[in-house]
Design a protein around this ligand. Sequence first.
Ligand code: ATP
Length: 251
Amino acid sequence: MSALPEMSPLLETRALSRDFGGLRAVDRVDFSVDPGEIRAIIGPNGAGKTTFVSLVCGRLAPSSGTIIFDGADITALPAHRRVRLGIAYTFQITSVYAQLSVFDNVALAVQRTLADGRSKDPSRGRLRTGVTEALERVGLAGRASLPAGQLAYGHQRLLEVAMGLALKPRLMILDEPTQGLGDGEIENFVALAREIAANATVLLIEHNMDVVMQLADRITVLEAGRVLAEGTPDAIRANEAVQRAYLGGGA
Ligand SMILES: Nc1ncnc2c1ncn2[C@@H]1O[C@H](COP(=O)(O)OP(=O)(O)OP(=O)(O)O)[C@@H](O)[C@H]1O
């Protein structure tokens, strides 16, 4: 009898926890994402979403538990080593250099891939192409020469997405990417996220439920640091505990 090989998860966490003083922000979370999936992480304010993805990308160290990426234990790896393994993240504007141009911000990210040996051709042309490609994908190519600090808030979020894309990640973590975007821009973002998912696995923290329901293959609901529920958008919509805790019963 021949069995299909089981897909191994790209990312797994086991009993992952993080305390801030007496507060347990992430509480023994077991989590698993398959390659190519778009996984949304939702939950009320303070549920631990940002803390959880910060543990995954290495911005924060866990208090206990394990993080496995592509079969390897990365729990003790510093963030820059995780970037090299293909984990990219965008966080609420923290990584944008306001004085540098939009182009140069993305160039810094592209240079990281050129410098770490993942590219065999670290030429200027290659740099320019990488930057332009990433900016075109997020719709900011026309603003390449502006200082990043002059971009509207929502566009700075898209710039962060471009910086993440320039790293050619295997796992792209997007933390509230649509915050500050107008309706048309949100539509563009949904298309962009699908495009990103063609080559990468996506972890999406998002408060806009329309965006979540449109994009997510599966949804993980966090509440008070714990996984309250997990499932397809339809299953999550129908889940009573989720409705009580988060969707206000009316979704
Ligand atoms: N650096 C920190 N020091 C102390 N407490 C923190 C820190 N970061 C987060 N917390 C606390 O941990 C809990 C989880 O916060 P977190 O930001 O992860 O939630 P979240 O689900 O991302 O919320 P939001 O939707 O509002 O962004 C909150 O109670 C928060 O106040």
